[in-house]
Design a binder for this molecule. Structure first.
Ligand SMILES: *[C@@H]1O[C@H](CO)[C@@H](O)[C@H](O)[C@H]1NC(C)=O
Length: 163
């Protein structure tokens, strides 16, 4: 009987100590954070810039904030960026993304250097009319992507890695 009690006491101690280990382990997990005013999404922080700027000025403004114009790699990221814009601008005006093809017509580059692996063009876009080569979203009725002259002034979204 005494032996059984000792065994169960030992069992309880083992359980308690492993529970402590778990708690300590979780405390040590590094959770990247975003600066105040930025919205966290996956491992990124995104920020809406309401000031209308041309594409280059918008990218330069993001750089000052340690970021780039936002890149989008999935439907869920696309929805998140649209939701951020809508929260600041309920009329969903055209807004710059970090995408351009000014170097060569079929070569799309994100300004943050990430791979071009997702797109959400409006119908009949991109149409490259008059050499337009910078991309915004919330264009026209479909509210998806469109290529625009880079010197057009729009709000923008910056993005950087959570740190
Ligand atoms: C090309 O798209 C622009 C919007 O970026 C639109 O204003 C223009 O009418 C389109 N041009 C043609 C030829 O479809």
């Amino acid at each position: 009987m005494v032996r059984v009690t000792q065994m169960s006491l030992l069992f309880v101690l083992v359980m308690v100590s492993s529970a402590f280990e778990k708690t300590n382990g979780q405390k040590n997990v590094f959770r990247p954070r975003c600066p105040v005013g930025w919205t966290k999404y996956n491992e990124h922080c995104i920020f809406y810039v309401s000031q209308a700027l041309d594409w280059a000025a918008a990218e330069a403004n993001c750089l000052v904030l340690g970021a780039h114009l936002v890149s989008i790699h999935s439907e869920s990221e696309y929805r998140m960026v649209k939701a951020l814009i809508h929260a600041h601008d309920p009329s969903d005006k055209p807004t710059w993304l970090g995408l351009s093809n000014c170097q060569k017509r079929d070569s799309w580059f994100w300004s943050d250097g990430s791979k071009f692996d997702y797109s959400k063009w409006n119908k009949e876009e991109p149409n490259h009319s008059n050499g337009e080569c910078c991309v915004n979203l919330n264009w026209d009725n479909q509210k998806n992507w469109n290529d625009m002259p880079c010197n057009a002034a729009h709000p923008s979204v910056c993005s950087k890695k959570a740190a």
